[in-house]
Design a protein around this ligand. Structure first.
Ligand SMILES: [Zn+2]
Ligand SMILES: [Zn+2]
Length: 443
């Protein structure tokens, strides 16, 4: 065992914190046997506890051992940051999970920016940590007292929600995840009534095409002004960002995910995937027109070309065509009446009401276009489609399904639209960000 171990050695604290930092479990345990009270002490500069250091380093075994001996998951550092915030900031998912299990408070605000752990996960783009915190919030006493929707839309000292930060830092995966979990798309950083920036303004400033796509597909308003009276288009144009083309109010409106409808939040994964794929396809076609004449690299990358190009109509097959557009195959069945239509027409029907800005009040559910009964549920159309499509008929459908399904299952818009931007998401970035310093910077 190490040099500075003799009793009363002035360097015992240094040894202790260094051992925690480098994950030397045995060393830490032996120091704790000699001086259990050392767990309450902190580093002199950042006032980091051993829990902060283990969490920042991603040493989950160390963290568990420390928590067993000192059950204080919400100990604060100099900036009033909890170990959970630090782990979320560094993308240490196993430590985030451990701290959540240990009952860490998800609604603590730091003193640096008045941010929560959810803000940090979004800001640094660690979507796995973001997901874990959101999941914990759903079954947390906090959400019962505070409300889950309110937690997802929690503001920092400058009025920014986690969605603002994810949009600002170009984290499209986190942008989508937050929207999918009830983040308000048109919320402004200004206090009630006063103008401020929307997530779309911040995405426009960052020039992140995929974040702009996501926000527009969730009904972000291209005409909302910030405190300087600018719409997002002007913000993007000033910086010569290509996303300005999509933000231009005179370019075609995107198809919008009908998120406020109750039956949309209750979709089963099959139907959700069909609708998401249709949404991405439709908006890609629209983008192709908008970006016409510009270098092709700006158009949705990867599969876009082949997908947009093939206007195949499944000719010569006995598959039933949608009776509204006569172009696509019927894949969606309306309940309870049982009428069928294609995913495109379903979306167009459901998304004609844009979500109300800044509120959660749901619009009236749409009516079935065939019998005018209220749509209460959508199901995947059965008949021959589910089997036959895979074998022969529609190459478009088949490809869409396959390309979208490996991307983390249910709630993902990611499949096609992310393309090469996908790497900006969280996966792996925690590893890269692992600096050797003990000091935890505020953003
Ligand atoms: Zn149709
Ligand atoms: Zn009907």
């Amino acid at each position: 065992m190490g040099q500075g171990m003799s009793c009363g050695h002035p360097n015992i604290e240094l040894d202790f914190f260094a051992a925690v930092q480098y994950g030397e479990l045995m060393m830490v345990e032996s120091i704790l046997r000699m001086d259990p009270g050392i767990l309450r002490r902190t580093t002199s500069y950042g006032r980091l506890s051993a829990l902060h250091i283990a969490a920042a380093r991603g040493h989950v075994e160390m963290l568990s051992m420390l928590l067993e001996r000192w059950d204080h998951p919400d100990v604060l550092n100099r900036h009033k940051q909890t170990p959970l915030m630090v782990a979320a900031m560094r993308g240490k998912i196993s430590c985030v999970e451990k701290l959540l299990q240990a009952g860490a408070n998800i609604l603590t605000f730091d003193s640096a920016n008045g941010r929560t752990c959810l803000h940090y996960a979004a800001y640094y783009g660690h979507s796995d940590c973001l997901q874990a915190i959101i999941q914990a919030a759903q079954s947390n006493p906090i959400s019962e007292s505070w409300g889950f929707a309110r937690f997802v839309n929690v503001r920092d000292a400058k009025g920014a929600t986690p969605l603002h930060l994810a949009a600002k830092k170009s984290r499209p995966t986190c942008v989508r995840m937050l929207l999918d979990n009830g983040a308000l798309v048109c919320v402004s950083t200004g206090d009630y009534g006063s103008p401020g920036s929307t997530p779309l303004h911040l995405a426009a400033r960052g020039g992140c095409l995929d974040s702009v796509r996501e926000l527009l597909a969730w009904g972000a308003d291209r005409l909302q002004m910030d405190s300087a009276g600018r719409i997002p288009y002007v913000v993007a144009l000033k910086r010569n960002h290509i996303c300005a083309a999509l933000l231009n109010p005179s370019s075609a409106e995107p198809l919008v995910w009908p998120s406020p409808l109750k039956f949309i939040s209750e979709l089963n994964p099959d139907v959700k995937l069909l609708l998401e794929t249709a949404l991405i396809d439709a908006n890609k076609k629209r983008e192709k027109k908008i970006f016409k004449g510009m270098p092709s690299s700006y158009i949705s990358p990867d599969h876009s070309e082949e997908n947009v190009g093939d206007d195949d109509k499944s000719e010569g097959s006995d598959v039933e065509l949608c009776c509204i557009c006569f172009e696509q195959v019927c894949t969606i069945e309306v309940r309870d009446c049982g009428h069928q239509m294609c995913a495109y027409c379903t979306l167009a029907l459901c998304s004609h009401n844009k979500p109300n800005r800044g509120t959660l009040s749901p619009p009236a559910p749409p009516l079935c276009p065939f019998c005018r009964s209220t749509i209460t549920r959508l199901a995947a159309a059965k008949t021959e489609i589910s089997e036959d499509v895979d074998k022969e008929t529609s190459p478009k459908l088949r490809r869409s399904r396959h390309s979208a399904s490996p991307s983390e299952g249910s709630s993902s818009f990611k499949g096609l639209s992310m393309g090469s931007f996908g790497r900006m998401g969280a996966h792996g970035s925690g590893r890269i960000a692992d600096s050797s310093s003990l000091i935890l910077d505020k953003p």
